[in-house]
Design a protein. Structure first.
Length: 319
């Protein structure tokens, strides 16, 4: 097979319930010049059998199996290491791509050489494939760069990125277990533009067993590693103690935080926004975009505080 235009990496662990749909969504892309590298992380269900079936049916499907259960970051890194294309798409083994996803994103990156990664709008579905909602998210590069300081703006299965930049950064870091994608995009945003296409091109399955859905222990690890990444991001613009990082990030993500913590987070956030605007030397239009994100976050922070701390007032205000 000649060098493909796009390499799709699919890490799988006990994904038998959904992986066939995911595989077919890639093989049925309008962009045919691709390879699908599936990394089986020592599944114990029928995942391997399904993978081998498509390996035999379609020469574009390449399969590898880890020697030991190694986790999502190692599995993806192993797959990307084998990738032949200049562009990489990561697809979770229970998510799906709409037929024109890769072609649209490939064309976008070909036309935008200074953009390192491009995401898309996402359709959120439940375990049975039932529609929950559509999520477009931020699409402007300035907005995405500011947003990523405190939280990951991307759903990983929606993204196409340049392999050379992934290699330059060093791949997904095991240091940020369960938040390795947030770590990667944070490092990437420090040097390159990030973008998103305001069109629904991906289906993201929420709360399924086959995806990287996390139990309570894993969720705690994910949150702690997200905080490490956010701390690194924030400290590029102003020094902030770990506890204050926790307060700010918790408030923005609407994780549990005290009323005093909410009030403190507002002052910290305002200072961070001002430092960011100054350091990045933003023009007036860029300032407006960043300020809009800040103001929208404040509405959510105070709304969440009212809902959790004073639900009777929250209900009255909502009518």
């Amino acid at each position: 097979m000649n060098k493909p235009k796009v390499s799709v990496i699919m890490a799988a662990y006990n994904s038998g319930q959904y992986i066939e749909e995911s595989i077919l969504s890639i093989l049925n892309q309008t962009l045919k010049d691709l390879e699908l590298i599936i990394v089986d992380d020592c599944s114990t269900d029928e995942t391997q059998k399904i993978i081998q079936k498509y390996n035999q049916l379609d020469e574009r499907v390449i399969t590898i199996r880890n020697n030991i259960n190694s986790g999502i970051a190692v599995s993806r890194n192993n797959g990307i290491r084998l990738a032949k294309a200049n562009y990489i798409a990561v697809m979770d083994s229970d998510d799906m791509a709409f037929p024109d996803k890769l072609q649209i994103q490939y064309d976008f990156l070909e036309q935008e050489p200074y953009v390192g990664a491009v995401a898309s709008g996402t359709q959120i579905i439940d375990e049975n494939g039932t529609f929950i909602k559509n999520r477009i998210g931020l699409t402007n590069s300035d907005e995405i760069k500011f947003r990523i300081l405190l939280k990951n703006p991307y759903i990983n299965s929606s993204v196409l990125f340049r392999k050379k930049l992934f290699e330059e950064i060093g791949g997904y870091s095991k240091e940020y277990e369960y938040s390795e994608d947030y770590g990667f995009y944070s490092f990437l945003s420090a040097k390159y533009k990030l973008a998103s296409i305001p069109k629904i091109l991906t289906k993201y399955r929420q709360n399924s067993q086959a995806s990287v859905t996390l139990g309570s222990k894993s969720r705690k690890i994910q949150i702690e590693n997200s905080l490490k990444i956010s701390s690194r991001n924030i400290n590029q613009y102003m020094p902030l103690e770990t506890e204050n990082v926790r307060i700010l990030v918790s408030a923005v993500n609407q994780w549990p935080v005290s009323l005093n913590g909410v009030l403190k987070s507002v002052n910290i956030y305002k200072n961070l926004m001002r430092r960011y605007i100054s350091a990045e030397k933003l023009n007036e239009e860029q300032k407006k975009r960043v300020t809009k994100i800040y103001k929208n976050d404040l509405k959510r922070i105070f709304g969440g505080c009212l809902k959790n701390k004073m639900p009777w007032i929250y209900s009255a205000l909502r009518g």
